[in-house]
Design a protein around this ligand. Structure first.
Ligand SMILES: Cc1cc2nc3c(=O)[nH]c(=O)nc-3n(C[C@H](O)[C@H](O)[C@H](O)COP(=O)(O)OP(=O)(O)OC[C@H]3O[C@@H](n4cnc5c(N)ncnc54)[C@H](O)[C@@H]3O)c2cc1C
Length: 447
């Protein structure tokens, strides 16, 4: 399908140095963090694109799409490749369309920023902070992930405790997308209903050219680690802090021991005492009041970083939160994997106790507080000691049987994920990608 004539045309469009054909490099470039799941690791290990192309202008991008459609070559979009369910791995080869050279900040207004898809989130955050604004929320991969990859493949993260997810509250204002046709159209999507065909589409409906994300006024975030004798006290304190409207919150993370022991840098700094559960906080508050509150739950502040250091020191506490917790854990103990789960706010302690009683140390608790559909909820990124795919399946089924909601991170099929937008994605795909060339192999319904 990709013969020498096609390669020559791709080289003519984007330039020799932006066409990658080396097989080993392609195998590596075609991957994301699918290996977080031992199930996906086995399934997707050998999958790769036939060629990676890096357009540097919109015209080059359109020319690549025209060529691919004429030749009926699959196209898989790629930002930074930090997705963690294999959604960005080309299952049927074809062109890996790397968008990182399209990285211009196009417009900053009083409450939003429009950027090309390949713009790094950290560059957005820094540009916003230069004018007294900040991203409402971002994934813990802020240093490497792109805006387009976040809108197409992400959900929420640091800041979601206040602002919710990509689906909530006007967080994604608009996107410009390219359709996959002989004569590609460039469409501006700015209506909430139509955006459901773009948000978390995992590159299955269109290529996002640029997107407009809402911003918030910048806050003087301070960072704290707080330690507790047990996880329940830590979680109760986290809940109290997350629900406290009198202080601004960007990160409220609760971690059971031994998870804090996986954070080498924090351990070295004395932030994670042996045997203690911890909270990781990005907050704006009076420190004396914070200390009093955490002490009422039996906790004590073990580490702090003032707001002057925010995003200036080498690392932030958020580098240990969300799925970075999983990354640090798996680096230390490769037998670990994870679940993405959500607890019922009024039953979370009961659900956690039931699970601990049944599974013991096979599960290690990691809870992030976030808004979901306007409601503040405890969401888990639970670490699991992996034994077999059957054990994982049994655990997820059992969790669901007691009302813990599971977003299965062990499938690469978008329509097996609870974040699946359903019909709007199918409709958008039918309209904008009539030949089904975008990222084929990730929809169970059309396998
Ligand atoms: C350690 C770790 C921590 C993480 N933490 C979080 C977190 O806190 N919150 C969160 O939501 N996610 C998190 N993720 C997942 C991921 O980092 C984010 O979703 C990130 O924003 C993806 O950006 P990316 O540029 O790497 O996208 P990629 O991985 O390159 O792409 C993601 C998906 O979007 C598609 N895509 C990429 N660009 C485009 C485009 N321009 N048009 C159409 N489709 C496109 C790809 O085909 C793929 O399906 C984490 C992942 C890891 C490994």
């Amino acid at each position: 399908m990709i013969n020498n004539a096609v390669l020559a045309q791709l080289r003519a469009i984007v330039g020799e140095e932006h066409v990658l054909t080396d097989e080993r490099a392609l195998l590596q470039q075609s991957k994301d963090f699918y290996w977080f799941s031992p199930v996906l690791k086995t399934l997707l290990e050998d999958k790769r694109a036939d060629v990676m192309v890096r357009p540097g202008t919109v015209d080059e991008l359109l020319a690549v799409i025209r060529l691919a459609v004429r030749q009926r070559i699959p196209i898989t979009a790629r930002g930074a490749g930090t997705g963690n369910y294999g959604q960005g791995i080309p299952i049927h080869g074809g062109i890996l369309l790397n968008l990182k050279r399209l990285d211009q900040i196009l417009e900053v207004t009083a409450d939003a920023m429009r950027v090309q898809a390949g713009t790094l989130l950290i560059d957005m955050e820094q540009a916003a902070r230069n004018v007294g604004l900040e991203l409402r929320f971002f994934p813990s991969t802020i240093q490497t992930a792109t805006a387009g990859g976040f809108v197409a493949g992400g959900a929420g993260g640091i800041g979601s405790v206040t602002w919710g997810t990509l689906w909530d509250d006007d967080n994604v204002r608009a996107a410009t997308v390219v359709t996959i046709e002989e004569d590609p159209q460039i469409l501006t999507i700015d209506h909430a209903d139509a955006l459901r065909g773009v948000i978390h589409n995992c590159g299955l409906t269109s290529i996002i050219l640029d997107c407009t994300l809402a911003l918030a006024p910048a806050q003087p975030w301070a960072q704290y680690v707080v330690a507790f004798d047990n996880f329940t006290d830590a979680l109760r304190c986290a809940e109290d802090l997350a629900f406290d409207d009198s202080q601004a919150n960007r990160l409220v993370t609760a971690l059971e021991w031994p998870i804090p022991s996986y954070f080498r840098q924090l351990v070295k700094d004395g932030a994670c005492p042996e045997g203690k559960a911890v909270l990781l906080l990005h907050v704006v508050c009076d420190e004396a009041m914070l200390a009093a509150k955490v002490s009422s739950y039996g906790g004590g502040i073990t580490w702090r970083s003032p707001h002057e250091n925010y995003l200036r020191s080498g690392w932030q506490l958020s580098d240990f939160s969300w799925n970075h917790t999983t990354l640090w854990a798996m680096k230390t103990d490769p037998s670990l994997t994870y679940l993405q789960d959500m607890f019922l706010p009024d039953k979370v302690y009961e659900q956690l106790a039931q699970r601990k009683a049944r599974y013991g140390d096979m599960v290690l608790e990691h809870v992030e507080f976030m808004k979901f559909g306007g409601r503040l909820v405890p969401q888990g990124l639970t670490l699991v000691r992996f034994q077999s795919p059957e054990q994982l399946a049994e655990l997820m089924t059992w969790c669901e049987s007691i009302g813990i909601w599971i977003a299965n991170p062990h499938t690469h099929f978008l329509d097996e994920d609870v974040r699946w937008n359903g019909q709007p994605i199918l409709d958008a795909r039918a309209r904008w990608d009539p030949h089904g060339l975008l990222n084929p192999g990730h929809l169970k319904a059309v396998e």
